[in-house]
Ligand binder design. Structure first.
Ligand SMILES: Nc1ncnc2c1ncn2[C@@H]1O[C@H](COP(=O)(O)OP(=O)(O)O)[C@@H](O)[C@H]1O
Ligand SMILES: [Mg+2]
Length: 412
């Protein structure tokens, strides 16, 4: 007993004595908004100028913002709105804002709930027809005479699923209101998103457009440098580590979120190892860890038939089948479905699922010609067996078949 207490004391002492890496690690989280956003002055000023009329309670133009993930769209918009609303309230302007992340909120109805909340109207969680919700929202807005700045972030996710009706309704709210007004700011990560919209919606939505280009490595360096200054202790972060974070994120697609993640995870690994300085080695390990975490998350959230397809390919690889082709994968897949008592999908659908898995980078599918027998795909896993085995072993369906030997493979 005495002994174990000593060991515990050692663990605690070591923990307390370990070199401290962070002063404030929260500053590296993706939703933290710094007071200074390097290399985005143009976008900040552009958006501020477009929205400034709001201070006179005039409707600002609608804005359509696009750029790839991690280019600072959300941070910039939130930053400008915060400053604008606080200035507006200082001078007594009747303006409010409502920020909605459409991907996280999920459905049109829930977006409307959020809009209602922002002007203090209560809408039941379910049960009303959407048109009724629009009416209530418009009436309340008019009664209050508020100018509402609506930010629809990651709008592409919502439109892909539900179409552009929400944007259409919101852009025409102003035609029916007497006192209240709405200005819309839509943000999209998908550059081709406009192709999905009705021309009428495009013309009212894109009164102004603001583009966020990817950051270059030196720009990412500046961003990281400022952030590291308020999150890391002095002299723990080596210049090499910082440069490598920027270079890796720039090579990806100029993604500041990725750069900050690398920095945070590298710091955490350094701290866990009790090392005194964050080095390039820590950054490389951080990159590996982030990638592994991403793959695990993708695997866990796949639909069941995609998991079955992947499991088929995994079992084929384990049975030393070289060159899995679509037809053979399908045969194994059908056998797995039968074993589990599940209905199987058509080969055509499975071929589609294989394409999707190819896009996420979990497997590689290469089209090969079979001469006069047409074409097929050669498929191989792009991730390690170990990861699949680990993730699927804790999956309620997959753990039943992860060690199964398909009969159809026995004579291949
Ligand atoms: N210019 C910048 N200066 C400081 N931090 C930035 C800058 N641009 C992006 N970031 C940070 O990078 C991360 C991703 O930015 P975000 O605005 O969420 O990107 P997007 O919305 O374009 O995907 C956030 O943590 C954000 O604070
Ligand atoms: Mg964003």
């Amino acid at each position: 007993m005495q002994n174990s207490k000593d060991q515990l004391d050692d663990i605690f002492d070591n923990f307390l004595k370990r070199p401290k890496i962070f002063t404030d690690r929260e500053v590296l989280r993706p939703d933290f908004i710094p007071n200074h956003l390097p290399h985005r002055d143009d976008q900040i000023h552009q958006i501020a100028k477009i929205l400034a009329p709001v201070l006179d309670e005039e409707r600002g133009s609608n804005i359509f913002i696009y750029g790839k993930t991690g280019t600072g769209k959300t941070a910039v918009v939130k930053y400008v709105l915060k400053r604008l609303i606080s200035r507006g309230h200082e001078i007594g302007a009747l303006i409010e804002d409502c920020y909605v992340n459409c991907r996280l909120v999920g459905t049109v109805y829930r977006v409307l709930l959020k809009l209602g909340e922002s002007i203090d109207i209560k809408i039941p969680f379910t049960g009303l027809a959407t048109s009724e919700v629009y009416d209530r929202f418009e009436n309340a807005l008019d009664n209050k005479g508020v100018l509402l700045l609506v930010v629809l972030d990651e709008i592409d996710a919502l439109v892909k699923e539900y179409g552009d009706n929400l944007i259409y309704e919101l852009t025409r709210v102003n035609e029916t209101l007497n006192k209240g007004k709405v200005s819309i700011i839509c943000i999209s990560n998908d550059l081709l998103f406009k192709d999905l919209l009705d021309p009428r919606v495009i013309s009212s939505l894109s009164e102004e457009e603001v583009v966020f280009r990817p950051y270059t490595a030196p720009e990412l360096n500046d961003i990281l440098f400022e952030r590291a200054d308020i999150s890391f202790k002095d002299d723990v972060l080596t210049a090499g580590a910082l440069n490598l974070c920027s270079a890796l994120a720039a090579a990806e697609h100029g993604d500041a979120r990725r750069a900050l993640d690398l920095l945070r995870v590298a710091g955490e690994l350094t701290e866990r190892d009790g090392d005194a300085k964050v080095t390039e080695e820590h950054v490389r390990r951080a990159q590996k860890k982030i990638e592994e975490d991403r793959v695990v998350l993708v695997l866990k959230t796949l639909p069941i038939h995609s998991k079955l397809v992947l499991c088929s390919i995994y079992l084929m690889k384990r049975s030393k089948v070289k060159n899995a082709i679509t037809g053979d994968v399908y045969e194994v897949y059908v056998e797995l479905c039968n074993t589990l008592g599940l209905e199987f999908l058509t080969q055509r659908r499975i071929s589609g699922l294989i394409n999707e898995l190819d896009i996420t980078g979990i497997l590689n599918a290469r089209v090969v010609s079979l001469g006069r027998y047409g074409r097929t795909k050669k498929i191989r896993l792009a991730i390690s067996n170990v990861v699949i085995k680990n993730v699927f072993s804790s999956d309620p369906w997959m753990n039943k078949i992860i060690d199964y030997v398909p009969k159809c493979l026995l004579n291949k």
